[in-house]
Design a protein around this ligand. Structure first.
Ligand code: C2E
Ligand code: CA
Ligand code: CA
Length: 746
C-alpha cells in the first residue's frame, strides 16, 4: 500500500476521533463500523455494499484500517466503534486473531462486536476461540453477499447497542451505589444539592450544567412568592444559586413544566428535567443540560438516581429543620439563646475587635402579657423585633434569648445604649393599643473580657442586666470584672448561709421593744435575725434575707426563727417578764411552704405559748401578691388566734379595697415616713396622719417603726398613734439585754 494512501486513511481516523461534533442528534449519530483488511478492494466493496444503509434509523460511518496496528490505533482513538469487520489473515496468518485477543483481553473493549471474514475456507478459528473472544460471526468473504452482510451487521449493531446500554446502566448503578452513602450523609441541604448535582452530571457523562430546585424550608412563605428556589447549581447556572426558578429562563420554564404539570421526568433534545417526589412539601426538580439527548437508558438511570436525591433531600431537610428549631426562635424567627451563643462564638473566632454583646429586657413584659393576653404579647414582641431589626446593619445579630429578652451583637458604637433605648421613645402599636414600653440593658464590651466564650459572655451580660434591673428601671449597665467578683461573693455567701442554716451555726435573734407611746409601757418585741459570718462580724439581714428567699433557704431559716422566738417568750415568762407579745417577720416564700401551718402549730404545742401572743409581720408587697394564697393562709392563722401586721406600710401600692379583704390587726408605718416627721415641711406628717386615719376607719391598730427622737414620738402621739418602736426606746438587742432593759424600765 502506498504511504500516502495509508496517511490519508489515518487522517480520516484522526479526523473522526477528534472532530466529533459537540452536539449530535439522533439523526446524524451514525453507527461506527471499522473495516480491517489489507486488501483495499475489500474496503471499497464493503462501503459500496452498505452505502445509504440505516440501522434503526441511524446511518453508518466507516473507519478504515489496512493492518492490525492501524486497526488497534483506530480502536484506541474511538470508544464508540460498534462493529469491526475483520480480515483474519493479514500480515501473517494469525494477525486478525491476535488483534481480537488484544482488543478483548488487554483493552477490555467488550461491547464492540466482531465479525471475522476470510478469503478462503479452512482458516476458520476453532469454536473455543470464537467463544473465548466473543466473536459474533465468522464468514468467508464469498459467503457475505450484500444481504447477508447487512443482516449480520444489523444483528451485531443491535447487540452492541444493548451491551452498551447494559454496561452503562451497570456503571451508572455502581456509581449510584458508590455515591449513595456519601450523599445520604450530607446534612446541609445546600451541600447535599451540590453533591447530588455533581453525581447526576457524572452519571450521564455529557452534562455539565444543571440545577436542583426545591421549596425554601424554614422560611416564612410570603403570599405571591415563587415556590421554587435553586438550591444547587453548576456550570452555566452556577450563579443562579439561591434564586427563584423563574429566573432561570427557558431552562427554568422547562423544569417548571416537569415539576408543575407533568410531575415526572421529561426529556427534549438537550433538556432533561426530573421530578423528585418528597414528603412534607419537599418535592424538587432536577434539570440537566446535555450535549446530546439522553438515551432511554440514561433517563431510566437518572430516575433511579432521583429516588436517592429525594431521600437525601428529605434527610438533609429534616436535619436542617432540627438544627433550625434548635437554633431559632419560632415566634420571631430570630436566633434563640443557643443560636445567639453560636453567633457570638463565631464572632470571637473571627478575631475582630471593638464589638459589644447586649441583652435588652422589656420592662414589665409579663404584666403586659397577662393584661393583654398572649396573642397581643406576641405581637408586641414582633413589633419590638421589627424596630430593633430596622436599626441594625446586616452583619450584626439580633436574637431572642428568653421570653422578653433580646440579644444583640454588633460594633460598640452601633450598640450604644442610648441609641438602643431611643427605640423605645415612641409607643408600640399592637392592634388598637398604643403601648408605651420601656427596656433595660446589660452590655459587655468584648474587648474588656479576656478568654471568654459565648456562654460566659451571655452570663456576664446577664449579670450586668440584673444590675441594671435592680437599680432604676429603664437604664443600662456595662459589665465589669467587679460585678463578677460581687456575684462570686454572693455565691460564696449563699454557700456559707446554707451551712449556717442547716447546722444552725452563727444565727441568733435580737429583740427590739414595742411600747405604748403614751406612758411608754412595754407591750411587745420584734424578733430580728442576726447572722455572724465566718469572720465573726454581723452580716446585715438586708444582705442575706433576699439571698435566703432567692435560694429557698428562708423556709428553714424562718421555721428556726419562729421556734426560737416562741421559745424565747416561754423563757422570759419563766424569768418574770410575762405578757409581752412577739412580732415575727415572715416572707412570701414561707407562705408557699405547704408545711408552714403545721410548723407554726407544732411550735405552740411544744412550748404551750398562746398563739394570741404572736404577731406575724408581712410586708405590704407580700400582702399584695398571690391574693388567694395569702388570704387563705392568713385566715387560718387568724383562726388559730395569731395576729397579723402589715410591715413597711406606705411603701407599696396596696389598694384600700384589697387591704379591707385581708384579715389584719395592725398597720406598721414605714420608718421612711417617721424620719420625715422632724421637718415640718416633709410629707411624712401628712402620710402618717393619713395612715393613722385609715387604720382607725378600718378598725386597725397602728404602730410606728423607726422612732429615733423624742420629737418624732411627740408628733405621733399628737396624731393619735398608739404604739411605737425604734432606737429612741432601744436598738434591737440580745434576749438577756432585752430582759435587763425591760426590768430596768419596770
Ligand atoms: P424590718 O422588718 O422593717 O425591721 C426593722 C428594721 O429597722 C431592723 O433592721 C431594725 O434594726 C431597724 N430599726 C429599728 N429601729 C430603727 C430606728 O429607730 N432607726 C433605724 N434607722 N432603723 C431602725 P434589721 O434588723 O437590719 O432588719 C432588716 C430587715 O430584715 C427587716 O426589716 C426585715 O425585713 C428583715 N428581717 C429581719 N429579721 C427577719 C426574719 O427573721 N425573717 C424575715 N423574713 N425577715 C427578717
Ligand atoms: Ca418587721
Ligand atoms: Ca419595717
Amino acid at each position: 500500500m502506498p504511504a500516502s494512501h495509508l496517511n490519508d486513511e489515518l487522517n480520516i481516523i484522526d479526523d473522526l476521533a477528534h472532530a466529533r461534533p459537540a452536539v449530535t442528534t439522533v439523526e446524524d449519530n451514525p453507527w461506527r463500523i471499522l473495516v480491517v483488511d489489507d486488501d483495499p478492494e475489500v474496503h471499497n466493496a464493503t462501503a459500496f455494499a452498505l452505502q445509504d444503509i440505516r440501522i434503526d434509523g441511524r446511518p453508518l460511518s466507516f473507519v478504515h484500517a489496512y493492518s492490525a496496528d492501524e486497526a488497534l490505533a483506530a480502536i484506541n482513538a474511538d470508544d464508540d466503534i460498534a462493529v469491526v469487520l475483520l480480515d483474519v489473515v493479514m500480515e501473517h496468518e494469525s494477525a486478525g486473531l491476535d488483534l481480537v485477543r488484544k482488543v478483548r483481553h488487554d483493552l477490555g473493549r467488550n461491547a464492540m462486536r466482531i465479525i471475522l471474514r476470510t478469503g478462503q475456507p479452512g482458516y476458520a478459528p476453532e469454536m473455543r476461540v470464537i467463544r473465548e473472544y466473543d466473536i459474533n460471526d465468522y464468514k468467508t468473504k464469498s459467503e457475505l453477499t450484500r444481504v447477508r452482510l447487512l443482516t449480520t451487521l444489523t444483528t451485531a449493531v443491535r447487540s452492541y447497542d444493548q451491551l452498551r446500554t447494559i454496561m452503562n446502566a451497570r456503571r451508572g448503578l455502581a456509581l449510584i451505589v458508590d455515591t449513595a452513602a456519601d450523599l445520604l450523609s450530607r446534612r446541609d441541604p445546600g451541600d447535599f444539592a451540590a453533591a447530588a448535582l455533581a453525581s447526576a452530571c457524572r452519571l450521564v457523562g455529557n452534562a455539565d450544567s444543571g440545577f436542583l430546585c426545591a421549596r425554601r424550608q424554614n422560611f416564612p412563605n410570603f403570599p405571591g412568592e415563587p415556590p421554587l428556589f435553586v438550591i444547587g447549581a453548576c456550570g452555566t447556572f452556577a450563579d443562579q444559586l439561591g434564586r427563584p426558578l423563574a429566573d432561570c429562563g427557558a431552562a427554568g420554564a422547562f423544569a417548571a413544566t416537569a415539576y408543575g404539570e407533568r410531575r415526572k421526568s421529561f426529556v427534549d433534545g438537550g433538556n432533561a428535567a426530573f421530578f423528585i417526589a418528597g414528603e412534607n412539601n419537599r418535592d424538587a426538580v432536577l434539570y440537566l443540560k446535555t450535549a446530546s439527548p439522553l438515551s432511554e437508558s440514561e433517563r431510566q438511570l437518572l430516575e433511579v438516581f432521583c429516588v436517592n436525591i429525594g431521600v437525601g433531600l428529605e434527610n438533609a431537610g429534616l436535619i436542617s429543620d432540627l438544627s433550625f428549631s434548635a437554633f431559632t426562635d419560632r415566634l420571631t424567627r430570630l436566633s434563640n439563646r443557643s443560636g445567639f451563643v453560636a453567633r457570638i462564638d463565631e464572632h470571637l473566632r473571627s478575631g475582630s475587635r471593638g464589638w459589644t454583646v447586649a441583652l435588652l429586657d422589656i420592662d414589665h413584659f409579663s404584666e403586659l402579657n397577662d393584661a393583654l393576653g398572649h396573642h397581643k404579647g406576641d405581637q408586641l414582641l414582633l413589633s419590638v423585633t421589627q424596630r430593633l431589626c430596622a436599626m441594625l446593619s446586616p452583619e450584626m445579630v439580633l436574637a431572642r434569648v428568653a421570653g422578653d429578652v433580646f440579644g444583640l451583637l454588633g460594633p460598640d458604637a452601633a450598640l450604644d445604649p442610648r441609641r438602643l433605648l431611643d427605640q423605645f421613645k415612641l409607643p408600640f402599636l399592637v392592634d388598637e393599643y398604643s403601648l408605651p414600653v420601656k427596656a433595660t440593658l446589660g452590655l459587655t464590651r468584648l474587648d474588656e473580657v479576656a478568654d471568654s466564650d459565648g456562654i460566659d459572655l451571655l452570663k456576664a451580660t446577664n449579670i450586668a442586666l440584673n444590675r441594671a434591673k435592680s437599680g432604676d428601671r429603664g437604664r443600662w449597665h456595662y459589665y465589669t470584672e467587679d460585678m463578677a467578683r460581687e456575684t462570686r461573693t454572693r455565691l460564696d455567701r449563699l454557700h456559707e448561709l446554707r451551712i449556717a442554716v442547716t447546722q444552725q451555726r452563727g444565727l441568733e435573734l435580737h429583740y427590739q421593744p414595742q411600747v405604748e407611746l403614751s406612758g411608754g409601757r412595754l407591750v411587745g418585741a420584734e424578733a430580728l435575725i442576726r447572722w455572724r459570718g465566718a469572720d465573726g462580724e454581723f452580716i446585715r439581714p438586708d444582705l442575706f434575707i433576699s439571698l435566703a428567699e432567692y435560694s429557698g433557704l428562708i423556709v428553714d431559716l424562718g421555721a428556726w426563727v419562729f421556734h426560737t422566738a416562741v421559745r424565747q417568750l416561754r423563757d422570759w415568762d419563766a424569768k418574770g417578764l410575762s405578757g409581752v407579745r412577739m412580732a415575727i417577720n415572715v416572707s412570701l416564700v414561707q407562705f408557699r411552704d405547704p408545711l408552714f401551718l403545721s410548723r407554726v402549730r407544732s411550735a405552740f404545742a411544744e412550748t404551750g405559748i398562746s398563739p394570741a401572743r404572736i404577731e406575724l409581720e408581712i410586708t405590704e408587697s407580700v400582702a399584695m401578691l398571690e391574693a388567694e394564697t395569702v388570704i387563705g393562709i392568713l385566715t387560718e392563722l387568724k383562726q388559730m388566734g395569731i395576729q397579723i401586721a402589715i410591715d413597711d406600710f406606705g411603701t407599696g401600692f396596696s389598694s384600700l379595697a384589697y387591704l379591707h379583704r385581708l384579715p389584719i390587726d395592725r398597720i406598721k408605718i414605714d420608718r421612711a415616713f417617721i424620719r420625715d416627721l422632724d421637718s415640718k415641711r416633709g410629707s411624712g406628717a401628712s402620710i402618717a396622719q393619713t395612715v393613722i386615719g385609715l387604720g382607725r376607719s378600718l378598725g386597725l391598730s397602728i404602730i410606728a417603726e423607726g422612732v429615733e427622737t423624742e420629737a418624732q414620738a411627740q408628733v405621733l402621739m399628737d396624731l393619735g398613734c398608739p404604739l411605737a418602736q425604734g432606737f429612741y426606746y432601744s436598738r434591737p438587742v440580745d434576749a438577756d439585754s432585752f430582759l435587763a432593759w425591760a426590768q430596768a424600765r419596770a
